[in-house]
Design a protein around this ligand. Structure first.
Ligand SMILES: [Fe+2]
Length: 142
């Protein structure tokens, strides 16, 4: 390896270290604590902002029901800024994972939808992760 190649390799290695440190910092800042409202019958503003709202809509010709999940209830929408956003939404039917959406800050807000066969499903559960405020869950009977 000549001097020019060695400098190039060192530069690439330095960039990889920088990118890896940045990715590590982002992961370290994810709050993955499972959150529960203090009083489920009376959610406070922060709890309303993070609790998934599950809306069961119409069934299509193939028998799949459109299920929409938005994050925030009572007219309070969760923000989506570079340092505070909903980074994933999952939907479960009778405890079995239906799907997961991974969301990017700023360009998307906390919303996802799935088309689901609900024939023998009794319960839908949504989980959503806020990078700062943890993982929030809500459940509906169908
Ligand atoms: Fe949050």
């Amino acid at each position: 390896m000549n001097r020019r190649e060695a400098i190039k390799v060192a530069g690439v290695a330095a960039m990889m270290v920088a990118v890896s440190a940045e990715a590590k910092m982002a992961v370290e800042h994810m709050n993955r604590m499972e959150m529960k409202p203090k009083d489920p019958a009376k959610l406070d503003k922060g709890e309303l902002k993070h609790t998934p709202l599950i809306t069961v809509k119409g069934k299509d010709a193939k028998g799949y029901t459109f299920v929409e999940i938005t994050i925030g209830q009572g007219g309070i929408m969760h923000p989506s800024t570079a340092d505070h956003w909903i980074d994933f939404i999952e939907l479960y039917a009778n405890g079995k994972l239906v799907g997961k959406s991974t969301l990017e800050p700023e360009i998307s807000r906390g919303a996802a939808s799935f088309s689901v066969k609900l024939d023998s499903v009794k319960e839908l559960k949504a989980r959503a992760g806020c990078n700062l405020h943890g993982i929030w869950t809500s459940t509906v009977k169908v």
